[in-house]
Design a protein around this ligand. Sequence first.
Ligand SMILES: Nc1nc2c(ncn2[C@@H]2O[C@H](COP(=O)(O)OP(=O)(O)O)[C@@H](O)[C@H]2O)c(=O)[nH]1
Ligand SMILES: [Mg+2]
Length: 362
Amino acid sequence: MFSFFKKKTVPDSTPTPPAAPVAPAADIVTAAPASVEPAPAAAVTTPPVTAAPASSVAPAKPSWTERLKSGLAKTRDKLGKQLAGLFGGGKIDEDLYEELEAVLLTSDMGMDATSHLLRDVRERVSLKGLKDASELKGALKEALVELIQPLEQPLQTHGKKPYVIMLAGVNGAGKTTSIGKLAKYFQSQGKSVLLAAGDTFRAAAREQLIAWGERNNVTVIAQQSGDAAAVCYDAMQAAMARGIDIVIADTAGRLPTQLHLMEEIKKVKRVIQKAIPDAPHEVVLVLDANIGQNAINQVVAFDQALGLTGLILTKLDGTAKGGVIAGIAKQHPVPLRFIGVGEGIDDLRPFSTRDFVDALFD
Ligand SMILES: Nc1nc2c(ncn2[C@@H]2O[C@H](COP(=O)(O)OP(=O)(O)O)[C@@H](O)[C@H]2O)c(=O)[nH]1
Ligand SMILES: [Mg+2]
């Protein structure tokens, strides 16, 4: 039996200030349990009436590059400081390479990526005849760019209507909050968005999405029943009927080791396919960067189950484990569509190798 939570309606006519994080996760205020809708599928709220209140109001706001830099501060502090020590001066010798290896390993790049980078750096050093440790930084930067560049493949949603994006991942990875951020991102490009509340395991999860949709004029398809596949099917039908551009389907968190739940999410995908034969067009695994090397195991397992087409790496701001991107690139590359460096609505952006590496080193 689900109870139907309602967000206490705070008079909220003004657009959310961009600085204030619209974190749908945290605070679903439980008011009086309101009427439970008998209808199996309930479309909540109406499609965006006007162009979504964009987030381009506050001029004093730090730029994305600045936020990326501060978001990566922990990784940079750890990696950068240690590297600065290495690059400080002196000769390039075996001791230096050994130290470099140790530093890379502690930044969660993993053994494979670390060995690869070392080999690459050695080649660059001998090719260019570098002698001084201070020149090593450039070589490492280039090697890292080359390694992770293949992950930079921004999501292209044109050509399909609706373009269907399905999200998967463990609990707390940042799926639902990322959906909010993505919805804003697509709306700001003038696209209409519909959300499918496919996390049917917890009533609160559904309410989190519904509340967010209400605040932001985004249609959310939800159901009282506990069947994620059915919700997603309804969402596909609704999106086609309404000529929606982008559908984003939330799903319940699950561990790859929970086999029955992995079967359940495979079914969600199949049912989406039934509604729209070439959908979902994008199957994204949302990863919390804090898990470091374990992210690679998750990529492998979810890819096996669902056939991943993209990744979202969240919470880079809270961790020193940003090096895991290199590990993914080396061990099981899947396009890294977006990275998250904060809880604010604008803190999710397409992944750019250059920006990332620059923010890490400079
Ligand atoms: N600092 C930070 N927090 C984030 C980021 N992305 C998500 N979160 C937080 O992570 C928590 C779990 O997010 P949620 O979307 O509910 O996870 P889900 O279980 O995968 O749906 C929430 O408190 C979010 O605000 C991020 O990029 N940075
Ligand atoms: Mg969620």
